[in-house]
Design a protein around this ligand. Structure first.
Ligand code: PHE
Length: 341
């Protein structure tokens, strides 16, 4: 059989796929391929001819193998480049912006108040959230069957005389029982009442200030209330009034109101106008409370004040419904212009 090596090499050169190369390989180099049959045709030839033609066939075989290998490498490289192109990743593409957290209004307002109280050299203290009757009520001059207990909607612990504290005022007792005056402290934390509507949640935050020393007067308290409001609402133009009120643990007791008016968009403008907003409960620590803590009320007097942090945050930032504070809805905070951390 005559093999036109030139045409075989050019077929290899023009092959488009690896499969086509495999077919050529089988056609020429396979067991029943053209080269093997050429070899078998030699069996009747003379030794001289066998040598000559055998070498010729081997040379053809070598050049076909070589051409096939070269072409295979070339086609594989082409295939690889094509894959690279089709799977190309554009690393210059902008990344999607990540979600950035925002500080929760309760945390923000608490930090603001901390800074104000620290600037008046009040010390931060804490107390337990599970309280006994003595700290939450009795020592605060609210004995058993006192009607004021009903206003607190208390959560009692099962099979126990303990309760979730209904206010931060028990921290006053922990301080006065354990320290001798001067006591100049503030505390803040969660308190619990069985109440749920737009202006009440069963868990909320209170902040409480206590100052006990010799010669502490109602005037001192009024001055302090004024300075606190100026700092908190960030304006010197503030009008306050102390309206007589009742708390069993203070005497006299007062509600601190600030003057406000409504802006065109319905927002509160604090420090202007003739309407009044109640923000803080306060008063002179009742002598009975001081006595209950083994301190002599004839030597020491004090003032205390306490308020809900949610309420103050709502007034300052115009947040209408208290329940939003605890909904875990990040979008809710966007409405009130809180900045990313
Ligand atoms: N504990 C009172 C309340 O929860 C607030 C208060 C604190 C009033 C201190 C007077 C003095 O309503």
């Amino acid at each position: 059989m005559i093999i036109d090596i030139k045409s075989v090499l050019s077929t290899i050169k023009n092959a488009k796929t690896i499969k086509a190369l495999d077919d050529i390989k089988v056609e020429y180099l396979g067991k029943k391929g053209k080269l093997s049959s050429s070899m078998s045709e030699l069996k009747d030839a003379s030794i001289e001819e066998k040598k000559r033609i055998g070498k010729y066939i081997n040379d053809i075989k070598t050049s076909i193998i070589e051409a096939l290998e070269n072409k295979k490498t070339e086609l594989e490289e082409k295939e690889f480049q094509a894959t690279l192109l089709s799977e190309k990743i554009d690393v210059t593409l902008d990344a999607k912006p990540g979600k950035v957290g925002k500080i929760h209004p309760i945390t923000k307002v608490t930090e603001e108040i901390f800074n104000i109280l620290k600037s008046f050299s009040f010390k931060f203290v804490t107390g337990p959230e599970i309280e006994t009757d003595f700290f939450n009520f009795t020592a605060l001059n609210i004995p058993k069957f006192h009607p004021a207990r009903q206003m607190h909607d208390t959560f009692y612990l099962k099979d126990s005389d303990k309760m979730l504290r209904t206010h931060t005022s028990p921290v006053q007792i922990h301080q006065m029982v354990n320290h001798t005056p001067p006591i100049k402290v503030f505390t803040c934390g969660t308190v619990y009442r069985n109440d749920y509507d737009a202006t009440h949640t069963p868990m909320f935050h209170q902040l409480e200030v206590l100052y006990v020393d010799k010669d502490v007067t109602f005037t001192n308290m009024k001055w302090f209330c004024m300075e606190f409001c100026k700092a908190f609402f960030e304006t010197d133009k503030i009008k306050i009034r102390l309206r007589p009120s009742y708390f069993p643990f203070t005497e006299p007791s007062a509600e601190l109101d600030v003057a406000y008016k409504r802006g065109d968009d319905g927002q509160f403008i604090i420090g202007d106008g003739d309407d009044w907003l109640e923000i803080v409960g306060c008063g002179m620590v009742h002598p009975n409370v001081i006595k209950n803590c083994d301190i002599n009320p004839n030597v020491y007097q004090g003032f205390a004040f306490g308020f809900g942090i949610e309420r103050l945050a709502s007034l300052k930032y115009g947040i209408p419904d208290l329940r939003g504070y605890f909904d875990y809805n990040a979008k809710w905070m966007d409405c009130f212009g809180f900045n990313p951390l």
